[in-house]
Design a protein around this ligand. Sequence first.
Ligand code: GLC
Length: 575
Amino acid sequence: MTVTIRPWWKDSVVYQIYPASYLDTNGDGVGDIPGITSSLDYIQSIGVDVIWVCPMYDSPQIDMGYDISDYKAVYPPYGTIQDMQKLIAETHRRGMRIILDLVVNHTSHQHQWFQESRSSKDNPKRDWYIWKPAKYDAQGHRKPPNNWRSNFGGSTWTWDELTQEYYLHLFCPEQPDLNWDNLETRKAIYEDAMIYWLDMGVDGFRVDTVNMYSKDPSFPDAPITDPNAEEQDAGLVYCNGPKMKEILSEMNAILSRYDAFTVGECPNTPDISTVVDYVGASAKRLNMVFQFEVVDLGQGKVFKYKSKPFNFQLPELKEAIDMTQSFLTHTDGWTTSFVENHDQARSVSRFGDDSPRWRERSAKMLALLFGSLSGTLFIYQGQEIGMINMPKEWSIDEYKDVDSINYYRMVDRCSKNDAMELAEAQASLQHYARDHARTPMQWSTGFNGGFTADDTPPWMRVNTSTEYINVQDQLKRKDSPLAFWRRVLSMRKQYNESFVHGNFELLDASNPNVFSFVKRRGNRVAVVVCNCSGSENKLPYFNGLDNSKIVLGNVDKPAVTTLQPWEGRAYVLSY
Ligand code: GLC
């Protein structure tokens, strides 16, 4: 008998936690580490194996902790190092694992390293960040070194009066990019951001913006895609620079000493061979990455929020999933399945129907769809109860994310307060903004949904849907999305050869309403059929689809030839 040894992370299900919004135990309106620790039994009961805690490091919170001022300290409102030690120990005691966010493309402008770097041109840490002299146009006006647009709008370059140079920041001006060409900087990053936490016992990292560290040394202009603007979308220019492979191999040499798990965030990489260079087993760099083809669907091409709700067709979703799934069939790499995270609006609102009639049905269908895809599965807090976007009638003031605020301000400025354009911008944010993932976790009914005391103002308003979407209610109901998620995860474990490791074969690719695919490994065959629409549809004909083979579905009495609105079924034909 041959025994296949598989790394533990392949069959794992990861649950992502956003500390600010999980559970507040000390009554300051902000979630905290003890809140996560006290929820571990609940988290484990969903059937997950690993928790991923979003940045809990010290930070001025310009970008919700993705702007770190001290890698070795905890943001005080979240807790202390001792709280983290306890969380790690309690997670391990339950047989689960814990990963942290590794945010090392940039630091906060308040990090000691940047403070030193900006203090003078001859400071020993000057070269730890990316500084460049100005350019001047024919009229003698000062210009940034190139035309790159930051991820949050505006130029990627900020002028620093003191030393009369620009510094680079691919995100906010308060998030200066580290200079990875400097070997001393790299070493300090490894020591503070990785080794310190690995020694404390964490099991790995979700690696933020993993393909941005190395930049083309000529810092070329990006092609003009928005002729009316000074700054241009430059994602394809600054991602995947020349030293990426070298850097990731170096990081892996450290991580592998700890058998640590890595999942990299890999935007702007349509070229599959580049992804394989990162995640191929023989490449030994990262275990897997998140690609963006699915979650970018419907968003604007030039400005992601310049779009309309539901701006995609089902075949595009199929194609996007097919592309990420194909890694297993055509390469030695591994992949991920996810549809939500802290940077995405809620999946029921984007890919399902969040109206009272179909909310739960479509939440379960999405659970079945993404829970039966191959690769490591990631679910985001609140997804397990089918949380939905903030209400349409909420004012723009409820949006707290720097990305949303900057976009709305830009539209306001450019449209000179045009009511129609502002309404369009708000409608788009109501559909796509990152804020929807960041409203507090809905534990129960009541004003603050059990997230914090009812008389405490939470840092972000609790979605009013907590009246009917909350953990307390769903724990009691056998037909809740939460109960269904548990069944999806146990199906995934029981038939893991098909659902976690099987090759994905798309069926009926052009069907505009029904998404069907086979998961095959050797002679183990499963088929998943999902009606991704609010109307009844014909069950596509495939050989062997017999109702007695359904192992999980989201309607009580599945019909023989039709699918009800938002119905999803998984068949195991042979195992
Ligand atoms: C990643 C994070 C996002 C953050 C950005 C800058 O994309 O997921 O939340 O804003 O990096 O660090």
